[in-house]
Design a protein. Structure first.
Length: 291
């Protein structure tokens, strides 16, 4: 089984929609970063949103970064993706541990707190597009939907969910996004809002055995929808020693000399995959000579 995301249109092009199953990438991220359940939920939700947004661009080399920073104990969550469906991310405090909500659900909003969301779109133009606004709830889905509505002026409905099992693995994860395109009428908004009032949570549907195809049928069946793309999505970190070497060189000659004289070695830990890279004194001196 693989995670994947569907892209669809409906209502004669007035609706754009995505539906994704992201259980495996969320579980891989949780295992890699050793997250608590609430951090797993926060990170898994943001990774799913990033995967969907990465596929929206239509260009494989585009890069999307979503950064959420709040005053809650998790401090911040970041996810980045490309147009190939590859996504990676991390939580600033993966070991955050807070009580569940009174209904027993994980309290992602409290873990994140209030702050801001920043979306950076590197579309291979001269300068990346940067959109930043205050968080609405810290629950991730509402905040990303708010970004679309305010920064991009696109009315959007976004549902994200991560169901964590008793052994702290990810049991289900996924999301769907519905957006209204230019030329839509108010009747369409009314119908979608009415449908969403009693619509089940995405993890409830996935746990019942529903697929992203089933979810799109439930959401858009009455509007005459068509699936236009199916794309695999995965947790993928492209770090390697050459990239890390370049990062060390980029700190400049003075800083590199300081590391060589004071430490005689360097150890770099990748935020995205937790892989460690070790550089001895000879390797650092070689880098210095290349400057």
């Amino acid at each position: 089984m693989k995670d994947y995301c569907l892209r669809a249109t409906a209502a004669n092009g007035k609706i754009r929609a995505f539906a994704a199953s992201s259980k495996f990438l969320a579980d891989k991220a949780a295992a890699m970063h050793k997250t608590t359940p609430v951090a797993t939920a926060a990170l898994g939700r943001l990774l799913t949103a990033a995967a969907i947004m990465g596929l929206m661009s239509g260009n494989e080399d585009d890069l999307i970064t979503i950064s959420i920073k709040g005053d809650g104990p998790i401090s911040g969550v970041l996810a980045t993706s490309d147009g190939r469906g590859r996504v990676k991310g991390y939580a600033n405090n993966p070991q955050v541990d807070i009580p569940n909500k009174p209904n027993g659900k994980l309290d992602v909003g409290r873990a994140v707190g209030m702050g801001n969301i920043t979306v950076i779109k590197d579309l291979r133009l001269k300068e990346p597009y940067v959109g930043k606004l205050e968080l609405i709830s810290g629950e991730i889905a509402e905040d990303v939907a708010g970004y679309f509505a305010i920064s991009e002026q696109i009315p959007s409905i976004l549902s994200l969910g991560v169901l964590v099992d008793r052994d702290q693995t990810v049991k289900q994860a996924g999301g769907f996004l519905i957006q209204l395109m230019p030329g839509y009428d108010e009747d369409l908004i009314d119908k979608l809002e009415a449908k969403m009032q009693d619509f089940p949570a995405i993890t409830t549907l996935l746990e019942e055995g529903k697929t992203p195809e089933n979810v799109l049928e439930m959401l858009l069946g009455e509007f005459g929808y068509e699936i236009t793309e199916t794309a695999d999505i995965e947790y993928y970190c492209n770090c390697d020693k050459d990239r890390v070497t370049g990062a060390i060189i980029s700190i400049g000659k003075d800083e590199l000399v300081k590391i060589i004289e004071e430490d005689g070695k360097a150890e770099i830990n990748c935020h995205f995959c937790d892989k460690q890279y070790h550089f001895d004194k000879d390797e650092l001196v070689k880098m210095l000579h290349s400057l």
